[in-house]
Write a protein that binds this ligand. Structure first.
Ligand SMILES: NC(=O)C1=CN([C@@H]2O[C@H](COP(=O)(O)OP(=O)(O)OC[C@H]3O[C@@H](n4cnc5c(N)ncnc54)[C@H](O)[C@@H]3O)[C@@H](O)[C@H]2O)C=CC1
Ligand SMILES: CC(C)CC(=O)C(=O)O
Ligand SMILES: [Mg+2]
Length: 356
């Protein structure tokens, strides 16, 4: 198969982990006889430094012209510590999602058996957990009007959802539930928020079209608690942009680390595949970032955008084998991990490639 893949590493550890994700794609192409071509583009802080724009037009054009995008992360402490900064790396990310119509962010919470001990949650609670989040990605409070009034003493961010926006993500989640354990949990805050009341109304109206799917509605505060009390009760979860952002970082602890969670952002055009984590200033440049979220994002890319299931499974099997062979990056190691099994980002990538 001939495909063109755009690599957009972005900032911080985005650069470090995407390098490994790309090598995995190259290995898969060689092993399975595909012809993947690659290009690179800038986003985030590195794009601001080079062009003044966190999402240059050239990057957007390259994204539209590609068959899929492997994305890293954006962000830099310079902006996090300067609330008055007008141009910010995260604006590039949000614009990319909006411009490409990437309204569905799929975040699988896949727990590899070998990592049962990596989490601070008890193994007996975690064993058998397997959740697929559908986070709405182009609406909600991130995209509504925002600003200051009262001479800057009052700030506001407006959350908005249309019926259409809720229905299209809910349908994707219902469809996915049908292929899994047929359970859908819609998470909202309908006891307080009008956007959530519309959300719940839309999901309730769709439910009769999916009689084989058992639907429940949970308030986000309670869902956050349930997620670590009894993660096995969840199969597919559908929720709004802000709630999904927060709940999936929490859910990363089910999988053992932020460095283990991949995602697929899909919708109206080119799919973008990205770890759920950010640019992680605290570990940038140390070479210790876990590259597996990027690697597993590459696996999602092959499966969802190219329909290459065997190739995608080969990557997941290699990750499984790497972990079964006892190798860990620092974030998923524990006191029982021998020092010679704790690998840096690059070495983890090399060991993984040997197993594909
Ligand atoms: N999709 C994106 O591009 C995102 C960007 N950000 C940006 O990233 C910057 C840092 O944000 P944080 O709140 O620190 O979130 P973060 O996700 O970058 O890091 C949170 C914690 O998880 C650890 N971590 C994350 N990925 C890891 C990996 N692959 N291996 C090992 N440890 C890992 C980090 O070291 C840190 O302790 C900010 O500027 C933020 O705006 C944050 C989240 C998502
Ligand atoms: C800029 C943020 C919306 C990025 C983030 O935290 C995410 O997409 O998970
Ligand atoms: Mg996030």
């Amino acid at each position: 198969m001939k495909k063109h893949i755009l690599i957009v590493p972005g900032d911080g550890i985005g650069q470090e982990v995407t390098e490994v994700g790309k090598k995995v794609l190259e290995k898969i192409a060689a092993k399975f006889g595909h012809e993947f071509t690659y290009d690179e583009a800038l986003i985030g802080h590195v794009a601001i430094e080079a062009t003044g724009n966190p999402l240059p037009d050239e990057t957007l054009e390259k994204m539209r012209a590609s068959d899929a995008v492997l994305f890293g992360a954006v962000g830099h402490p310079k902006y996090d510590n300067d609330p008055s900064a007008k141009v910010r790396p995260e604006q590039g990310l949000l614009k990319m999602r909006k411009e490409l119509g990437l309204y569905a962010n799929l975040r699988p919470i896949k727990l590899f058996d070998e990592l049962l001990g990596a989490s601070s949650i008890k193994p007996e609670i975690l064993r058998g957990s397997d959740i697929l989040f559908f986070r709405e990605l182009t609406g909600d409070i991130y995209f509504g009007e925002k600003g200051r009034k009262n001479e800057g003493d009052t700030a506001y961010d407006i959350a908005e959802y249309s019926r259409y926006e809720v229905e299209r993500i809910a349908r994707k989640a219902f469809d996915a539930a049908r292929t899994r354990r047929k359970k859908l949990c819609s998470v909202d805050k309908a006891n307080v928020l009008e956007t959530s009341r519309l959300w719940r109304e839309v999901v309730q109206k769709l439910a009769p079209e999916y009689p084989d799917v058992e639907v429940e509605h949970q308030f986000v505060d309670s869902a956050a608690m349930m997620l670590i009390k009894d993660p096995k009760r969840f199969d597919v979860v559908v929720t709004a942009n802000l709630f999904g952002d927060i709940l999936t970082d929490e859910a990363s602890q089910i999988a053992g680390s932020m460095g283990m969670l991949a995602s697929a952002s899909v919708g109206d055009s080119t799919g973008v595949y990205e770890p759920i984590h950010g640019s992680a200033h605290d570990i940038t440049g140390k070479g210790i970032a876990n590259p597996l979220a990027s690697v597993l994002s590459a696996a999602l890319l092959l499966d969802i955008s190219f329909g290459l299931k065997a190739e995608s499974d080969a990557i997941i099997a290699a990750v499984d084998k790497l972990l079964k062979d006892g190798f860990r990056t620092k974030d998923i190691a524990d006191e029982t991990t021998p020092a010679d099994k704790i690998l840096n980002t690059q070495a983890a990538g090399e060991e993984l490639l040997k197993r594909i």
